[in-house]
Ligand binder design. Structure first.
Ligand code: AMP
Ligand code: ZN
Length: 469
C-alpha cells in the first residue's frame, strides 16, 4: 500500500509500527459553529482511509480531537452571554450528528482539549526542563524553535526564512519572545476567559500542544499516520512535530497525510471568507451520502470545486449503484438454489479482476476516483450478468462483493434496520449507569454505538432524550 507522505513529498510503501495495527490521529474541528462542507472533506477522506485499512484486516486505533477552547469559541460565548462550555458542547453534538449522517464512523476516542490540560502542563514542563521552552516575564511559555534542529522538515521551510518572515509581523503581547519564530505553548488569561492554574500563570494552552498530548496519551509516543487538511501543515503540524519530538526524543508520526481544499469558485471554502455551505444546509437538499460520494469522486490531494452540477452528477452516479444493489437484493430473494453455470463462474472471475483494480487504486495513495470507476464497471457487469434465471449463489456472491466495496467508501446500500425502541432505551440506561459509576469511557462508547445506529442523544434537564437521525 502506498501513501503520499508530506514529510518526504513522495509516495512511500506503508509499513506499520506494529504488524496488523494502524495508529492514526486526525486533527478535528474547532467547535464554535456548525461544520461546513470544507471541514467535512478531511472527515470523509480519512474515514475512508480508516475503512480501507479495516477492510484489509488492520486493527485501526483512530483518534480525532475536538478543540473546545479557543478565541472563536470564547467570542461566541461572550456574544451569547453563556459559558464557553455551552458553545463547545452544543457544536460537538451538532458535529457528531453531521458525522453520523455522512456515515463517518465515530473515532475510537474523541478527546477534548479542556479535559487534557494536566497532560499539557506535563509536556510543557518537560520541554522547559529539556531547554526546548521558556517562560517569559508575563507567564507566557514559548517553544524555543531554534533548539529543535529539524524545525521546518514537514513544511519544507527553513528557519532563517521563517525568522525574517516573522520579523515583519509583530504581534502585541508577544514581546517576551526570544526569537520571532518561537510559538506559544501556554498564555496568560484575559479578563472573562476560561483559565487553568499553572506554574507559569493562570491561563490556557496554545492550540498546537493539545494534539501532541492527546496523540501521546491515546496512541503512544509514536504513531503511524497523522492527518488533516493541507492548511494544517504549517504552522500546526510543524509545531506538533517540534513539541512531540523534542519532548519524547522519538520520531512522532511515520506518515503525514493532507487533503487538498474543497473550493468554491476556485477559492478555499472557509468561515472567514464567508463562502461556505454548512453540512446541515446541504442535508436539506441532498441525502448526505451524495455529499460523501461527491467528495470521494476526486483524489484527496486534488483540489475539488463544489458545484451544483457536480453534486447532481454524484447523485446520479450513486443512484446507479443503489439501483443495481436493489435489483440484486430482489433477485437474491427470488433466485433458486442451483449450481452456478459456467457463464456465471466466468462473470465472477471478471468481478474478481475488477475488485483487484479497485484495490490497486485504493493502494495507490487512496485513489478513490479510480476505485469508483472500477465500481461502476462492476455495476455494469452485475446489471448485464444477473437476471431472473441466475442462481442464488451467483447473485449472493455479486451482491456481497459490491456491498463490501461500497462499505469501504462508506456508502450504505440499504436502509439500516431500525433498532427497536426497547433496545435503545436499554442502551441509554446502561450509559446512565456508566456515567453514575464515573466510567466515562464506557458511557462514550455506548453513545458512539448509538450514534452508529443513527440514534442521537440529548442530555436535557428532564433527563436523556433521544431521536433518530
Ligand atoms: P478548522 O476547524 O478550521 O481547524 O478545520 C478542521 C479541519 O477542516 C482541518 O483539517 C482543516 O484543514 C479542514 N478544512 C477547513 N477548510 C477546508 C476546506 N475548504 N477544504 C478542505 N479542508 C478544510
Ligand atoms: Zn492537531
Amino acid at each position: 500500500m502506498k501513501i503520499f507522505n508530506t514529510l518526504s513529498r513522495r509516495k512511500e510503501e506503508f509499513v506499520p509500527l506494529e504488524a496488523g495495527k494502524v495508529k492514526m490521529y486526525v486533527c478535528g474541528p474547532t467547535v464554535y459553529n456548525f461544520i461546513h462542507i470544507g471541514n467535512a472533506r478531511p472527515m470523509i477522506v480519512f474515514d475512508t482511509v480508516r475503512r480501507y485499512f479495516e477492510y484489509k484486516g488492520y486493527d485501526v486505533n483512530f483518534v480525532s480531537n475536538f478543540t473546545d477552547v479557543d478565541d472563536k469559541i470564547i467570542k461566541k460565548a461572550i456574544e451569547e452571554g453563556v459559558d464557553s462550555r455551552v458553545i463547545s458542547e452544543r457544536y460537538i453534538e451538532e458535529c457528531k450528528k453531521d458525522m453520523a449522517a455522512m456515515n463517518v464512523k465515530p473515532a475510537t476516542t474523541h478527546p477534548l482539549a479542556t479535559q487534557e490540560i494536566g497532560g499539557m502542563l506535563e509536556m510543557i514542563q518537560t520541554l522547559i526542563d529539556k531547554g526546548h521552552a521558556y517562560a517569559a516575564k508575563d507567564g507566557t511559555v514559548y517553544f524555543r524553535t531554534k533548539s529543535f534542529k529539524d524545525y521546518g522538515k514537514l513544511s519544507h521551510k527553513n528557519l532563517e526564512d521563517l525568522q525574517s518572515g516573522f520579523r515583519e509581523i509583530k504581534v502585541t503581547g508577544e514581546e517576551g519572545k526570544e526569537d520571532s519564530a518561537d510559538f506559544v505553548l501556554w498564555k496568560p488569561k484575559k479578563e472573562g476567559e476560561p483559565f487553568w492554574e499553572s506554574p507559569w500563570c493562570n491561563g490556557r494552552p496554545g492550540w498546537h500542544i493539545e494534539c501532541s498530548v492527546m496523540s501521546k496519551k491515546y496512541l503512544g509516543e509514536q504513531i503511524d499516520i497523522h492527518a488533516g487538511g493541507e492548511d494544517l501543515i504549517f504552522p500546526h503540524h510543524e509545531n506538533e512535530i517540534a513539541q512531540s519530538e523534542a519532548a519524547n526524543g522519538k520520531q512522532f508520526a511515520t506518515y503525514w497525510m493532507h487533503n487538498a481544499f474543497l473550493n468554491i469558485d476556485n477559492r478555499k471554502m472557509s468561515k472567514s471568507l464567508g463562502n461556505f455551505f454548512t453540512v446541515r444546509e446541504i442535508s436539506e437538499k441532498y441525502d448526505l451520502q451524495v455529499l460523501r460520494f461527491f467528495m470521494l469522486s476526486a483524489h484527496y490531494r486534488s483540489p475539488l470545486n463544489f458545484s451544483a452540477d457536480l453534486m447532481e452528477a454524484s447523485k446520479n452516479g450513486l443512484e446507479r449503484i443503489l439501483t443495481c444493489m436493489e435489483k440484486l437484493r430482489g433477485l437474491e430473494a427470488r433466485a433458486g438454489e442451483k449450481e452456478k453455470t459456467q457463464v456465471e463462474k466466468e462473470a465472477l472471475e471478471a468481478m474478481k479482476v475488477l475488485t483487484a483494480k479497485y484495490e490497486a487504486a485504493m493502494e495507490d495513495d487512496f485513489n478513490t476516483a479510480d476505485a469508483i470507476s472500477a465500481l461502476f464497471e462492476m455495476v455494469k457487469l452485475a446489471n448485464t450478468s444477473a437476471g431472473e434465471e441466475s442462481s442464488k449463489a451467483f447473485v449472493t456472491a455479486v451482491r456481497e462483493e459490491l456491498d463490501g466495496l461500497c462499505q469501504v467508501l462508506g456508502i450504505l446500500t440499504e436502509k439500516k434496520e431500525e433498532a427497536l425502541d426497547s433496545q435503545i432505551e436499554e442502551m441509554i440506561a446502561a450509559r446512565q449507569q456508566a456515567r453514575k459509576d464515573k466510567n466515562f469511557a464506557l458511557a462514550d462508547e455506548i453513545r458512539g454505538k448509538l450514534l452508529e445506529m443513527g440514534i442521537i442523544l440529548e442530555d436535557t434537564r428532564e433527563g436523556v432524550k433521544w431521536k433518530r437521525a
